[in-house]
Design a protein around this ligand. Structure first.
Ligand code: SAM
Length: 285
C-alpha cells in the first residue's frame, strides 16, 4: 500500500499513535504524482546514485527514492517517527534511517561512511522552519553532492533563483550562486499535504559547480562583502559596506568602486556574483 494514499497514511499514524508535529515542520505529502516527480528530479542517468534524504517523515518520499536509487540514507530528527519508518520501509534493504538533527550532522563523514566513492545527491521535502540554514549547510560542503533537490516555500525558491535588480534578489541569491546553478522545477499547492501548509511550495534542483564560477582571493571576504552589501537594503553599496568595517571610510570605498568602473552610488542589489568577486578583491572587510 502506498503512503500517498491518505487513508493508509492516516492508518499508519493511528497505529503508531502519532500526528504531524508543527514544531518539526511536519507537512506530509499525499500526492503520488508529486512524490514521484520529486524522486525523479535528482536522476542524472546514473543508476548508481546514492541519496541523502533529510526528514523522511513517515517514509512517503523515501519509498519512492528506494525504488529508484541504489542506496538511501534518511536523517530524521523526530524520535517518534523512527519506529514508524522501521515499519513503513521494512520492505527495502537499501534504506537506512538515522535518528539525528540535520543541522548537527557531519555530512562529509556520513557520505564517506555510507557511500564511499559513490556519487551522492540530496533529495528532500524540507521542514520550512530551517530551509535557509539547511541549504547553506549543504552547499558549504562544496562538491560533496552532485545535486541538491529540495521542496521549499515558493517565496524562498523565488529568492534563490532571482536576478539582480529584482525585489527577490538578496544576499542568499548571490551566496548560493557561488555554489550552484539553481533550476526551478515545479510548484506544489498546499492541497498535496497533510496538514496543508499555509504557503505554496516549489521544488528546486541545485546543480553543484565542480569549480566556483568566479575566482577571488578570499571566499570568506567575498561572503562578508555579499552579506554587507545587503545589510542595509536600498542604501548605496558604499554606505552598506562602510557600516560593516572600521578599516575603510565611505569615501575610500566609493573611490575604490569608481576605480573598478562602478558608479560611486552603485547599489548592491544591482550587482551579480562576478561583481562581488571583483569588489571583494579590492575591498577587504
Ligand atoms: N519527507 C516527508 C514527506 O515529504 O511527506 C516529510 C517532510 S516534512 C515537511 C519535514 C520532515 O523533516 C519531518 O519528518 C520532520 O520531522 C523532519 N525534520 C525537521 N527538522 C529536522 C532536522 N533538523 N533534522 C532532520 N529532520 C528534520
Amino acid at each position: 500500500m502506498k503512503l500517498t494514499d491518505i487513508s493508509y497514511a492516516r492508518a499508519v499514524m493511528e497505529k503508531h499513535g502519532i500526528a504531524p508535529q508543527k514544531r518539526y515542520g511536519q507537512n506530509f505529502l499525499i500526492s503520488d504524482n508529486v512524490v514521484s516527480r520529486i524522486a525523479d528530479t535528482p536522476k542524472n542517468g546514473n543508476e548508481e546514485l546514492g541519496i541523502i534524504e533529510i526528514g523522511p517523515g513517515i517514509g512517503t518520499l523515501t519509498e519512492k527514492l528506494a525504488t529508484r536509487y541504489k542506496k538511501v540514507i534518511a536523517v530524521e530528527i523526530d524520535p517518534s517517527l523512527i519506529p514508524v519508518l522501521a515499519d513503513t520501509l521494512s520492505d527495502f534493504d537499501n534504506v537506512k534511517v538515522i535518528h539525528a538533527d540535520a543541522m548537527k550532522t557531519d555530512f562529509a563523514a556520513l557520505v564517506k561512511e555510507e557511500f564511499g566513492d559513490m556519487p551522492v545527491a540530496v533529495c528532500a521535502n524540507l521542514p520550512y522552519y530551517i530551509t535557509s540554514p539547511v541549504i547553506m549547510k549543504l552547499l558549504e560542503t562544496e562538491g560533496l553532492f552532485e545535486s541538491i533537490t529540495v521542496m521549499i516555500q515558493k517565496e524562498v525558491a523565488d529568492r534563490l533563483c532571482a536576478s539582480p535588480n529584482t525585489e527577490d534578489y538578496g544576499a542568499i541569491t548571490a551566496a548560493c550562486a557561488y555554489y550552484a546553478d539553481i533550476e526551478k522545477c515545479f510548484t506544489v499547492s498546499p492541497a498535496n499535504f497533510i496538514p496543508p501548509p499555509k504557503v505554496t511550495s516549489s521544488v528546486i534542483r541545485m546543480n553543484i559547480h565542480k569549480t566556483p564560477p568566479v575566482t577571488c582571493e578570499s571566499k570568506e571576504n567575498l561572503f562578508r562583502v555579499i552579506r554587507g552589501a545587503f545589510a542595509k537594503r536600498r542604501k548605496t553599496l558604499s554606505n552598506s559596506l562602510s557600516g560593516e568595517t572600521n578599516k575603510l571610510s565611505k569615501a575610500q570605498i566609493e573611490e575604490t568602486l569608481v576605480s573598478l568602473g562602478y558608479r560611486a552610488d552603485v547599489r548592491g542589489e544591482t550587482l551579480g556574483l562576478a561583481d562581488f568577486a571583483r569588489i571583494s578583491d579590492a575591498i577587504t572587510l
